[in-house]
Design a protein. Structure first.
Ligand code: PGA
Length: 251
């Protein structure tokens, strides 16, 4: 199968992991990765500045795992998308299933955060995905379409043109279960077809990446699929060498 000319995109979602020392070790262990892959690290907010300062210049860009909707104000404990930009981030994960499930982020909130990322000049990495019951009921595509619609309705379909979409079946996150390459490919193709139908300009250049128990051992077969443009990696991204291997597999 011929791969598309879309640039490969691999992002690390460290979730709530890391220490100051781990950040230094990560920078020491980081090997060279081919320049044709876009590599993004999303550490916890508190480590963003340190991660950027020790890894800058290694061909890596940076992102945050969540932001507030508002640009500033009396929102104790929150961080604005603008602050991520100020700290040198270029990406924001939006709508991760853990934010939706554990922190009650509705489709409407997710759309607000997508708009906030764009307002601040960040590229949103929009996460969508179904839970196991929804897949068993044959509703996976409908669920994902509804999640995309919520963002398109609030922000306008053209706004999806420059973003990255991460298809992350919830049942595959942190479980060791991965969607088969064929299952993931089917959903990625459905997402891309929807973007084209909705008139998203340059829908063919939007990167759609897969997330859910991606590891160095299964990355290659996922990336061989024509519509899988890379990955959003959780657990396996905490190890610099393994994460770099996944990035190399995407090249
Ligand atoms: P995982 O997480 O790779 O640990 O399954 C992926 C994610 O939640 O983005």
């Amino acid at each position: 199968m011929t791969k598309s000319p879309r640039r490969a995109f691999v992002a690390a979602n460290w979730k709530m992991h890391g220490t100051r020392w781990m950040v230094l070790d990560y920078a020491t262990d980081w090997p060279e990765v081919p320049a044709e892959v876009d590599v993004v690290l999303c550490p916890p907010w508190g480590y963003l500045d340190r991660v950027r300062s020790v890894l800058d210049g290694k061909g890596i860009r940076f992102g945050v795992q969540h932001t507030a909707i508002e640009p500033r104000g009396a929102f104790t404990g929150e961080h604005a998308a603008e602050m991520a930009g100020d700290l040198g981030a270029a990406f924001a994960i939006v709508g991760h299933s853990e934010r939706r499930r554990l922190f009650g982020e509705t489709d409407e909130v997710v759309a607000g955060k997508f708009a906030a990322a764009l307002r601040a000049g960040l590229t949103p990495i929009l996460c969508v995905g179904e839970v196991l019951d929804e897949r068993r009921q044959g509703a996976a595509e409908t669920v994902v379409a509804t999640q995309l619609d919520a963002v398109m309705d609030q922000c306008g379909a053209p706004m999806l043109a420059g973003c990255v979409i991460a298809y992350e079946p919830v049942w595959a996150i942190g479980t060791g279960e991965t969607a088969t390459p064929a299952e993931a490919q089917e959903m990625h193709a459905a997402i891309r077809a929807k973007l084209v139908r909705e008139g998203v300009e340059l829908a063919d250049t939007v990167r759609i990446v897969y997330g859910g128990s991606v590891k160095a051992t299964n990355a290659q077969e996922l990336f061989a699929e024509p519509d899988i443009d890379g990955a959003l990696v959780g657990g396996a991204s905490l190890d610099a060498v393994e994460f770099a291997e996944i990035c190399c597999a995407a090249a």
